[in-house]
Design a binder for this molecule. Structure first.
Ligand code: SF4
Length: 243
């Protein structure tokens, strides 16, 4: 499986608390996979996809060596690493982890049933290779216009419908401008998404940026019955990797 490689040469697997979404504060082992099928201009993990000699542009302007940023691990090696932590909750993130769902199926198949699993996904791919009987939680973060992706690439009807009918999926939207709230209202209507599945989260990789927009977003959540998500890890560690 292709994982993100830290500057130390180690795979990006780390023990922390979940910083966003409905499991905020939960002790978790994070495993960051490489590769993504979208190209968000403000992506906070561009080292998983923004390779040298590709046309994609991000706000940081940095490009990355694919060879240096990817480390390949067998499912046995991954199991051995994650089993060394005092925790049995795995958060599989990226990049877009569902690009490697066949390899992930191998890992999940050998993961003891006492483990719980959470995915962070951009919601463009249906997890058709993954088991339905493992009670996997999907934190789906559809990308809106401010991400710079074409809507036909970022908002895939079949996948959004799949996650909407799956009981353990929630939609976490990153809010940048008031027009995002209108887009969410349109998506709700189009896919009949219940308010209880919607989470709004401020865009920002500093406490100040998050604080600046939080009150307006919370007010919108209160008006519509949505959940609000902070970015706990940003307040504690800023934009540091593997935290
Ligand atoms: S979908 Fe996620 S990982 Fe992919 S480019 Fe967007 S923010 Fe980055």
């Amino acid at each position: 499986m292709k994982l993100s490689r830290l500057p130390s040469g180690q795979p990006e697997i780390f023990y922390t608390v979940q910083g966003e979404g409905i499991s905020t504060g939960k002790p978790s082992i994070f495993m960051r996979l490489s590769l993504c099928n979208l190209h968000c201009t403000w992506c906070d993990t561009p080292y998983t996809w923004n390779w040298e000699n590709t046309p994609w542009e991000t706000t940081s302007g940095r490009k990355y060596s694919k060879k240096e940023q990817i480390i390949e691990l067998s499912v046995e090696d991954i199991l051995s690493t994650i089993s060394s932590y005092p925790c049995q909750h795995l958060v599989i993130t990226g990049g877009e982890p569902l690009l490697q769902q066949k390899e992930l199926l191998e890992l999940i198949s050998i993961l003891p049933s006492s483990w719980t699993i959470e995915f962070e996904t951009n919601g463009t791919l249906i997890p058709e290779s993954l088991p339905l009987d493992r009670q996997i939680q999907y934190n789906v973060s559809p990308k809106l216009a401010h991400s710079g992706n074409k809507p036909e690439l970022a908002l895939k009807a079949e996948a959004l419908q799949w996650f909407n009918q799956y009981p353990l999926a929630s939609f976490k939207f990153v809010i940048n401008t008031p027009s995002d709230l209108e887009t969410i209202a349109e998506l709700r209507e189009l896919y009949n998404i219940p308010a209880s599945k919607i989470i709004l989260m401020p865009k920002g990789i500093s406490s100040e940026a998050i604080r600046d927009s939080s009150e307006a977003i919370i007010n919108h959540c209160l008006e519509h019955g949505y959940r609000f998500s902070d970015r706990l890890h940003v307040h504690v560690w800023g934009n540091e990797r593997a935290k």
